[in-house]
Design a protein around this ligand. Structure first.
Ligand code: 13P
Ligand code: SF4
Length: 328
């Protein structure tokens, strides 16, 4: 078996029903399949659970299954492994990274943190385990506002790595924060001009925007929120048309939950496609999922000392989210 490429590179037996075989192997391994909303539709379709970053961390912390197949990106697998060190955690293609996490190398972040020793460190979950190990409390886009609001009023705050989310949280909480200068290559490139153009075409459409988007795009939003919050708005709002400025994978669940509503993917800056996709999320395919279950690879490992330090801010996030009524 060859995992040199970051996934199991073995041929798929001819004539098999891939879907059925994945479900059979899943039962045989006692595995649970979790998928982020940005995964390919066929992966979301097959998963036991789909959710945003907060839901996936919470599900990983709660599951009894000995094997977690995390169809998402590397930091999500790491978070699950840190929370469940005795379980086997597999991300079917380990190359599924994250440009936002990569924009915050741990050694540079450590220098930044050490230069401001009187600051609390709040890190977005889209970070490496090594960055989490330097953190006081982890947040996701689903709980960042409430957690920052809950920090002591006199606390000085470092927020990393997403400058757009940090800027947004600072603006709605009134808390000044030292921001790390990172960003996501997908959310950064939504075009304000193209969204305004779409609004002319669909004047009654509501604009749903993820807080990782830059301020000018957030300014035209009817709703700014995490992937789950945008989905909830799509389901609960009386509007029937929505322009969606986040990774286009979420449109699959929006359309499944609201078959009578219209969802339009906001276009990126260069206008070359009608959608915005995270190339890392889309690395996970049914073939790689099948092989990962068949060969139980590639597994996620986290250095034990890094994990010991990183588990505290993740658990703090989960505890605060429970206290604040954001999760059960
Ligand atoms: P949420 O799942 O927290 O909305 O985050 C979006 C994202 O970019 C995940 O990688
Ligand atoms: Fe990272 Fe952006 Fe992809 Fe989310 S959409 S996984 S933040 S690169």
């Amino acid at each position: 078996m060859n995992v040199d490429k970051g996934y199991v590179d073995m041929p798929i037996p001819a004539g098999i029903d891939l879907r059925q075989e994945i479900l059979r192997l899943k039962r045989e391994r006692g595995a649970v399949i979790m998928a982020h909303y940005y995964q390919r539709p066929e992966i979301q379709d097959l998963a036991d659970y789909i959710g945003d970053s907060l839901a996936l961390a919470q599900l990983a912390a709660k599951t009894d299954a000995p094997v977690i197949i995390l169809c998402g990106v590397h930091f999500m697998g790491e978070t699950a492994k840190i929370l469940c060190p005795d379980k086997t955690v597999i991300v079917p293609d380990i190359n599924a990274g994250c440009s936002l996490a990569d924009s915050c190398p741990a050694d540079e972040f450590e220098r930044f943190v050490k230069a401001h020793p009187d600051h609390m460190v709040v890190s977005y979950v889209n970070t490496s385990a090594a960055v989490k190990a330097l953190t006081d409390v982890v947040v996701t886009s689903g709980n960042a506002r409430q957690i920052v609001e809950h920090l002591p009023q006199d606390a000085k705050i470092i927020f990393g790595p997403d400058r757009n989310l940090g800027n947004y949280i600072s603006s709605i909480t009134g808390r000044e924060m030292l921001l790390w200068d990172g960003a996501c290559h997908v959310h950064e490139q939504f075009s304000l001009a193209a969204i305004l153009q779409l609004k002319k075409q669909y004047p009654h459409a509501k604009v749903l925007v993820h807080p990782e988007c830059p301020k000018p795009v957030r300014m035209v939003a009817d709703v700014v929120g995490s992937t789950q919050a945008l989905l909830n708005s799509a389901v609960n709002d009386d509007a029937t048309q929505f322009i969606v400025a986040t990774e286009s994978g979420i449109l699959f669940e929006m359309r499944r939950r609201c078959p009578d509503k219209t969802f339009i993917a906001a276009p990126p800056e260069d206008g070359t496609c009608a959608c915005n996709e995270c190339n890392f999320m889309k690395l996970i395919t049914l073939e790689k999922l099948y092989n990962s279950l068949k060969y139980m690879a590639p597994v996620i490992e986290v250095d034990s000392e890094v994990a010991r330090l990183a588990v505290r801010p993740i658990n703090r996030m989960l505890e605060m989210s429970r206290e604040l009524g954001l999760i059960k």
